[in-house]
Ligand binder design. Sequence first.
Ligand code: SF4
Length: 472
Amino acid sequence: MSGFFGSVLKEDCVNDVFYGTDYHSHLGTKRAGMTFFSRNKGFQRAIHSLEDGYFRNKFENDIRNFEGNSGIGVISDSESQPILVNSHLGRFAVVTVNKIVNIDELEAEFLAKHHTFSETSGGTVNPTELVAMLIAEGKDFLSGIQNVYDKVKGSCSMLVLTEEGLLAARDKLGRTPIIIGKKENGYGATFETCAFSNLGYEIDKYIGPGEVVRITAEGYEQLRKPNEKMQICSFLWVYYGYPPSFYEGINVDECRYRCGAALARRDDVNADFVAGIPDSGVGHAMGYSHKTGTPLKRPYSKYTPTWPRSFMPQNQNMRELVAKMKLIPNKSIIKDKCGVFLDDSIVRGTQLKDNVTDLHEAGIKEVNMRIACPPLTYPCEFLNFSRSRSSLELATYKAVNELENREGIEMMDMKEYSDCNSEKYKAMVEKIREHLGLTTLTFQTLDDLVEAIGLPKERLCTHCFDGSSYFE
Ligand code: SF4
């Protein structure tokens, strides 16, 4: 994933953009950048890697030199951003939350037209640069953004900083959100609304799918009406989002609470305690605990003084080691006890397996795992969902390959395996339970998840769980 924040104020907005962007740090671990515009200095930009430090430390020195009444910032899980270009539309900067599935095709089209791309060290095209080039093909900014909607297969939400203000353009199917906030002296646009609270913004508008809005310090105007269809990522509520954030007016933590309560409704295990796997499992566990009356405990503590957030080293072994070192089990709570554990999802299951091993080593009697969403039976094709790189890595695929006595089959029909009433589904869940060394394992049903979120099913992307979503 990635996340962004923009602001246009009647006075300097550097602090707002700095802190507003920082509140997106849970969404990306690779790069971050900010761009400001002032009449004095024009566009100013800084980009840093986040692989060896935190956003605030990395940009502390830059913000002393920045000035501007308008600015944008991004935490990116992949490419360097913002992209700053000069074009026939004028100078502009752009940040995106994107996944461009047809990037090779679009690159070839531009090269055939004798356009050039900046060379990147990885030898790949920077997707946000490609978006900037698509915008610059338009006769004005709006038609340029329409060009992005028409050409990009995948998803793309963007903030475009121009000399005349800020354009906020949400993905055409609204897979990722943009929300406008209002404060005394101007406006902001954000992916995460939790970024607004401490900066004095109130939520003013949820931008619709494909809607384009021009924002200035005086107000905002709609340049393009929202599309009717929406496919907002349901995983935002279950896992990605920060607890105080709202998407489509629905709070993340309250949704997690409802997910936990829904799991509890279908459960009959008699446990000594309930616990959430930190961090996103905690809200789900609260809901479960309140529904059943089982005490909520902390068998694991996260060691935050030196591991304050999810560092994502490139190397998978290192990532797993970091994940393990961060969580310290508390034997006093665990030994000889029967626990119910809530987690947001099972992707590969490797980290969960480590946690379960630790719990057994600490003398637990039962590990009953409850998962807040259905099994991930289809890889995400619409977002840079960094936790699963190929379907083969999914715990479900491993289980099904084993059940069907096959090896490494990457494409298979998962229809029956994603139906929670089918025998195949039950066999798959049992196989995952066995792989992870759990006493019992239950996943949320899709109907309960949709109900917990509270939007009609057709307005949500639930593709990971049922393969039902589509490109437009
Ligand atoms: S496939 Fe899953 S992660 Fe991807 S957009 Fe849909 S719900 Fe979100």
